[in-house]
Ligand binder design. Structure first.
Ligand SMILES: *Cc1c(COP(=O)(O)O)cnc(C)c1O
Length: 383
């Protein structure tokens, strides 16, 4: 299924804007649901990838849970119709206020990343006369082979509980009355395209499960996080191979009969359904280079500036002979660049440009740097 740009309709709108192809989104969600259901796996969508209300509602309607990393995300998930029993709350720095919000909503699970956090959740739950369900986020020391800013599962990262500290954590857990060990949780990083990293994770999980079982501990849930990557170079063919992804876990993870396997996919559910639409303001000639200066900037889509991320750029208005352009934004930072030496049909002032595969970590990371306004989202089914 190809992404469709209603160029006529888009050309009447003020730019920059985010445009979502809801057919692509729904198609992706259906694929994920079918593949996960084959094995009885449960998927919680990682809200931080795109917290837009229309997108969240589409995901909720298809029966996914929500994985949140702030109190506001928990609130947004509740507001968009997610059942509390499908909401999990992760993050290294949950404040008392955020924990109380989770407790008041009776969310399914807190993914806990340290002993001090465990103690605070126990204390706050106790004050409310509740028992909080918790999963221990364990740092499996598996390399995700992705950009170092989005690697999270190594011992040097701030995330999770290191395996050598687990015995301590379990002892503390035993002494606390208002928390119940519901699961173990892992998340090794993002934009992972080599399934070998997930195979390594499965083996680590099995090892750990054996150790836990030998200590008479068998939590109900094994949560292997998210991180499945998408193909930014082929935006029309970038729906990941969910069948192979889930099969790795089905083949390798050794679960006990009463255990469930959970996932927290973010990017792979939404990335390919969004594009950042922009207009060319000027073509500027430089030394051995020409710049296409567009009206979208790093405040609208920060991934290229933040992670040196690649996004395919297309000119929606031109079919002329190809030339090379550095595609840059209007912001006063040299990193405000969407692509260098990009091959495009001859590009002129006023042309509409699409920065593809921008549905994840795009709109949700937009900010008002330079006091620019936030890009407005539009959807294929209501445009
Ligand atoms: C970001 C995050 C995810 C989702 O990662 P994707 O790469 O978008 O799939 C899942 N779990 C946790 C704990 C996260 O922080």
């Amino acid at each position: 299924m190809n992404f469709k740009f209603p160029v006529e309709a888009l050309s009447r709108l003020e730019t920059p804007l985010y445009y979502y192809d809801m057919d692509i989104l729904n198609n992706t969600l259906d694929t994920v649901k079918n593949e996960a259901d084959k094995y009885g796996f449960k998927v919680h969508y990682a809200v931080k990838a795109n917290a837009n209300e229309r997108i969240l509602k589409a995901i909720q309607q298809r029966g996914f849970g929500a994985d949140c990393v702030s109190g506001f995300e928990v609130q947004q998930a509740v507001d968009c119709g997610f059942d509390a029993s499908g909401i999990v709350f992760a993050g290294v720095g949950k404040t008392d206020k955020e924990i109380n919000l989770g407790l008041d909503n009776n969310i399914a699970c807190f993914n806990v990343e340290s002993i001090p956090e465990l103690e605070v959740i126990d204390e706050l739950a106790g004050k409310k006369g509740k028992v909080a369900k918790v999963a221990l986020r364990i740092n499996p020391n598996v390399n995700a082979n992705t950009h170092h800013y989005i690697t999270t599962g190594l011992e040097e990262n701030k995330f999770g509980i290191n395996i050598w500290d687990l015995e301590n954590v379990l002892a503390v857990l035993k002494s606390l009355k208002n928390v119940h060990l519901e699961g173990i949780h892992f998340h090794i990083g993002s934009q992972i395209t080599d399934l070998t990293s997930f195979r390594d994770l499965c083996l680590k999980v099995n090892e750990l499960q054996k150790w836990m079982i030998s200590h008479n501990i068998l939590p109900k849930v094994v949560n292997v996080g998210g991180g499945l990557g998408v193909d930014y170079h082929n935006p029309d063919n970038s729906i990941p191979d969910f069948a192979s992804y889930f099969k790795v876990f089905a083949d390798l993870i050794e679960l006990q009969p009463e255990q469930e396997l959970h996932f927290e996919l973010g990017r792979s559910l939404v990335a390919q359904s969004g594009a950042l639409i922009s207009r060319v303001i000027y073509i500027k000639k430089g030394v051995n280079v020409q710049f296409a200066i567009i009206d979208a900037g790093m405040n609208d889509l920060i991934r290229p500036a933040l992670y040196q991320a690649y996004h395919k750029i297309e000119n929606l208005s031109s079919t002329m002979a190809e030339e090379k352009y550095d595609v840059v934004g209007p912001i006063c930072e040299s990193s405000d660049c969407f692509g260098k030496a990009v091959t495009l049909p001859q590009t002129l002032r006023g042309h509409l440009m699409a920065v593809r595969t921008a549905g994840a970590y795009g709109e949700v990371m937009a900010n008002r740097y330079n006091l620019r306004t936030l890009p407005i989202p539009y959807y294929s089914d209501t445009l």
